[in-house]
Design a protein around this ligand. Structure first.
Ligand SMILES: [Fe+2]
Length: 412
C-alpha cells in the first residue's frame, strides 16, 4: 500500500496547498480549499459525523472512525504483510481529528494525542463507498452465441499453456471476460486433464471426488450419469458456496449427439434487469433452496444450499453469482404467500431469456479440448447421446483462480 502512496506522491509532487486551516469558531463545520493536483481542486468539510471530501467531481463521505481505522502509518498498518496493526476495538467511537489539511494531494489528519494519519486523495476516492459505487469489480463481456462467435476468442494450446506465463495470462483474461475458456491439444487422459487444471487453480474436492470420470452408467444418483439431455443449469447450487469453476474433458465418444450447451447467465440477467427491474430485484432478494439427496449403496449425501437466484454486490448492483438449476431446486417454502406468484413470474421471465435460441452456444467437446466454465455465471447442458461417452473433469476453487488472475495484474 505504501508503494501506491509513493506512486501517488510522485504524481502529485507539484501540488500546492491553498488553505488548510481549521475554523476555530465552528470546529466541525470548516472548509478546506485545496488543490490536489493541477486542475483537480479538493475541498474538505468537517461535519459532526463525517468528513466530506469533494474531489474529482464527487462528494466523498468519510466516517471518522473509518479514517482512524484505515490509517496507513507504520504504527497502524504493516505495509510488508498488508495487515492492520491497529486494534480497531481500541478506537474511541466518538473520535474526531484535532486538525485537518490537504498537502500535496494528501489528506493529513492529526488525532487527539498527536497521532498523524496521511491518505492520498486518489486512494480515498478509490476506496470510498462513492468510488466503489461507480466502479466494476470484474469487467466482463456479456455474450449471446453471435457475440461470442464473432469475438473469435482463441483457445490456449497445451504445450505453451503449460510452460509460458504469458499464455496463461491470456487464458485467464479470456476466462474472466467471457466466463468460458478452452485449452486445446491436451492428451486425452485424466492425468493430463488434472495437470492442465492445476496450472490454473487448486482442485476442489467434493462428494464426486477430486477428479471425476464418468460414463453413462448411473453409478451415481444424478441425471448427469445418464444418456439423457440436460437443460441449462449451474452445478452444485445445493452447496452453500457453489463450486466456482467446472472443467470438462471428453476423453472418448463412440456415438452421436452429446454436444455441450453453454449460456451466459449474466447476459440473460442483464436483459431481465433492463426489461423488468422489479422482477430482477425480486430474484436478487428472495432466498430459495437447492438440495441434493443421494441414497445409493455406496453414497449417502444430503446437501442444502440457500440463496437467491441472482446475487448482486449491494453497493453497485453488479451480478456475481447465479444459482439456476431446475433439477435441484428444492421445495419453495421461504417465500411469503403474496410473493410466490410474483417470484414465478420473475423466474419465468429469466427462463425465457435463458432459453432464447440466439443465447445458446453449442460446442462439441472432442478429445484434447478442455473447457473451463465459470459456474457462477455460465450455465451448461447437453444433448442426449448414444454410445459410450467418457467424460472427465473436476471443480476448481474460485478464490484461487481469481487470486492467480490478480497476481498477474488482471482485474478480478
Ligand atoms: Fe452439470
Amino acid at each position: 500500500m505504501f508503494g501506491a502512496l509513493k506512486r501517488s506522491l510522485r504524481r502529485h509532487r507539484h501540488v500546492q496547498l491553498l488553505s488548510g486551516l481549521r475554523d476555530t469558531q465552528t470546529p466541525w463545520r470548516h472548509h478546506t480549499q485545496a488543490r490536489a493536483c493541477a486542475g483537480t481542486p479538493a475541498t474538505l468539510r468537517l461535519q459532526d459525523d463525517c468528513l466530506v471530501l469533494n474531489y474529482r467531481g464527487t462528494s466523498i463521505h468519510l466516517n471518522y472512525v473509518w479514517l482512524r481505522d484505515h490509517c496507513r502509518s507504520a504504527a497502524s498498518y504493516n505495509s510488508k504483510t498488508n495487515q492492520r496493526n491497529l486494534d480497531t476495538g481500541s478506537i474511541d467511537l466518538s473520535i474526531r481529528p484535532d486538525s485537518s489539511t490537504v498537502e500535496d494531494g494528501h489528506l493529513v489528519l492529526t488525532w487527539p494525542g498527536g497521532h498523524v494519519s496521511k491518505y492520498s486523495l486518489s486512494w480515498l476516492a478509490e476506496n470510498s463507498y462513492e468510488g466503489k459505487q461507480q466502479s466494476t469489480i470484474q469487467p466482463r463481456i456479456l455474450w449471446n452465441s453471435d457475440i461470442y462467435q464473432k469475438a473469435n476468442v482463441p483457445s490456449a494450446q497445451w504445450d505453451t499453456f503449460m510452460s509460458c506465463d504469458d499464455e496463461l495470462k491470456k487464458f485467464l483474461q479470456n476466462y474472466l471476460l467471457y466466463g468460458i475458456a478452452f485449452v486445446d491439444g491436451v492428451p486425452a487422459t485424466v492425468e493430463a486433464t488434472e495437470a492442465v487444471t492445476q496450472r490454473v487453480s487448486l482442485i476442489r474436492e467434493t462428494t464426486y471426488g477430486r477428479m471425476w470420470c464418468f460414463t453413462s452408467d448411473f453409478s451415481r444418483g444424478d441425471t448427469a450419469y445418464s444418456q439423457l439431455a440436460l437443460d441449462r443449469h449451474t452445478d452444485t447450487s445445493y452447496f452453500q458456496e457453489p463450486c466456482g469453476i467446472q472443467v470438462f474433458h471428453c476423453l472418448k465418444h463412440e456415438g452421436t449427439g452429446g454436444r455441450t450447451l453453454l449460456v451466459d447467465g449474466f447476459y440473460a440477467a442483464e436483459k431481465l434487469r433492463q426489461q423488468s427491474p422489479e422482477n430482477f430485484e425480486l430474484l436478487t432478494r428472495v432466498p430459495i433452496r437447492h438440495e441434493y439427496i443421494e441414497k445409493t449403496d455406496n453414497h449417502r449425501n444430503h446437501m442444502n444450499g440457500i440463496g437467491p437466484v441472482l446475487n448482486v454486490y449491494p453497493w453497485n448492483n453488479e451480478v456475481y453469482l447465479i444459482r439456476y438449476n431446475n433439477y435441484d431446486r428444492s421445495v419453495i417454502n421461504t417465500i411469503p404467500h403474496d410473493a410466490v406468484q410474483r417470484w414465478y413470474v420473475a423466474h419465468r421471465e429469466l427462463t425465457t431469456e435463458l432459453r432464447r435460441p440466439e443465447n445458446e452456444l453449442w460446442v462439441k467437446l472432442t478429445p484434447g479440448k478442455v473447457i473451463f466454465i465459470d459456474n457462477w455465471r455460465v450455465m451448461h447442458g447437453r444433448d442426449s447421446f448414444t454410445g459410450l461417452r467418457q467424460l472427465c473433469g473436476c471443480y476448481l476453487t474460485r478464490d484461487d483462480i481469481l487470486s492467480a488472475a490478480r497476481c498477474v495484474g488482471l482485474q478480478a
